[in-house]
Design a protein around this ligand. Structure first.
Ligand code: HEM
Length: 361
């Protein structure tokens, strides 16, 4: 039996009941991100890593327009172009009877799209023979450094003063952390230079040209390169595994489940009788079975699997009858929520149908 409230440390509580999710994670929640956890990720100036609710609100307001439906539609050409590359990659591999590492390919697709959107310069990992293996080793390799930094914050401050050339010699994860930081600085400087020389294309919006625009700061001080590099780092890492894992899950299950494969194929053929025709987003988003497959793949790929810690605000809180004082860290994990058998019967089964005819709980 899963207990809904478990004290996992002197000042930390793990929650599992779905009702508590809205309380601690909703957009209007006063629960701030826990600095103990988020500071260890070493992206203090990013939207993602900002513990203060007030500063977070400003940063998030700057980013929000880039993730609106309207902007996503404007970006469709970029996504279609990269998706066509994956189709070519698979067609030529099938013709040559050799395997394709779809997990790498899907993550590369996601990073290629977001780097294009962010800097107007795609990383084009899909064009490299190893599909960007080095980038993914770097993005994933930062993990072990974070665990140490969480326990020993002063070690982190010291580590960040180490010259970039020395860091990988001392520790591989530290080398990856510094590598990602340098990558962020390089990209911001590059966007800034192209903006100043008028060489940055303006046909469609670019995340960092907007963040670097003095007129868009809404009364807040202009962020420096060293501050903005944190958003580069967190956007690239956010884009890589989450989206890539979900697409890999979807592909794996659809290929291995004859019934799901036939249903999806029939739905797509009915919507696009000519398989070579452009499969546009507005038509795709209206297909019920495809939407259910995507939701089920998102559920089983788990997104960010660990607890996402928040701080109980002034006034304390009560969870499932337990009093929890202000300042306590509370968190939930997607693993427990997505695999909750009360909400998703037979939770480990890939079953898109559960989204087509949901039962009100
Ligand atoms: C399947 C795809 C994705 C999943 C499951 C996912 C999941 C999440 C989760 C769980 C968080 C909250 C993290 C926390 O509170 O610590 C988050 C935050 C965030 N994600 Fe994603 N993400 C996905 C794709 C993306 C993509 C493609 C981008 C953009 C490049 C992105 C950008 C962000 C940003 C900027 C934040 C911080 C938001 C904030 O602090 O208000 N994510 N994501």
């Amino acid at each position: 039996m899963i207990r809904p409230v478990v004290r996992i440390g002197p000042k930390e509580v793990h929650l599992s009941d779905p009702e508590n999710k809205e309380i601690i994670y909703s957009m209007s929640s006063r629960y701030a991100k826990s600095p103990v956890f988020y500071n260890a990720l070493y992206v203090p100036h990013s939207t993602f890593g900002t513990p203060s609710n007030e500063v977070h609100k400003h940063k998030r307001a700057m980013l929000n327009p880039f993730f609106s439906r309207r902007m996503v539609l404007e970006l469709e050409g970029v996504v279609q172009h990269k998706a066509a590359k994956i189709v070519d990659l698979m067609s030529s591999a099938i013709a040559a009877d050799r395997p394709v590492d779809l997990h790498h390919a899907f993550r590369a697709l996601s990073v290629d799209v977001i780097s294009d959107y962010a800097f107007n310069k795609s990383y084009d990992l899909l064009d490299s023979p190893d599909l960007g293996a080095h980038f993914f080793a770097m993005a994933r390799g930062v993990g072990p450094a974070m665990y140490v930094f969480q326990q020993f914050p002063s070690l982190q401050r010291l580590a960040m003063k180490i010259p970039p050339w020395l860091a990988p010699m001392l520790s591989r994860p530290l080398g990856y952390v510094v590598g990602m930081q340098m990558e962020g600085v390089k990209q911001i400087e590059d966007v800034r230079t192209r903006m100043e020389s008028g060489k940055l294309g303006t046909a469609r919006p670019t995340i960092f040209s907007e963040l670097l625009d003095p007129e868009k700061q809404d009364g807040w001080p202009m962020p420096s390169t060293m501050e903005l590099k944190d958003d580069v780092y967190s956007l690239l890492v956010a884009a890589a595994d989450t989206t890539g894992n979900a697409m890999t899950r979807a592909a794996f299950h659809v290929i291995n489940d004859q019934q799901a494969y036939s249903k999806l194929r029939s739905e797509l053929l009915a919507a696009f009788p000519d398989p070579r025709a452009k499969q546009d987003f507005v038509t795709l988003e209206r297909l019920p079975y495809l939407t259910a497959v995507i939701k089920e793949a998102l559920r089983l790929s788990l997104g960010v699997i660990g607890r996402l810690p928040r701080v109980v605000p002034e006034g304390s809180a009560k969870f499932n009858g337990y009093f929890v004082p202000a300042g306590t860290i509370v968190g939930m994990s997607s693993w427990l929520m997505h695999l909750n058998s009360d909400v998703f019967p037979n939770p480990t089964k890939f079953n898109p149908e559960r989204w087509l005819d949901p039962v009100e709980l």
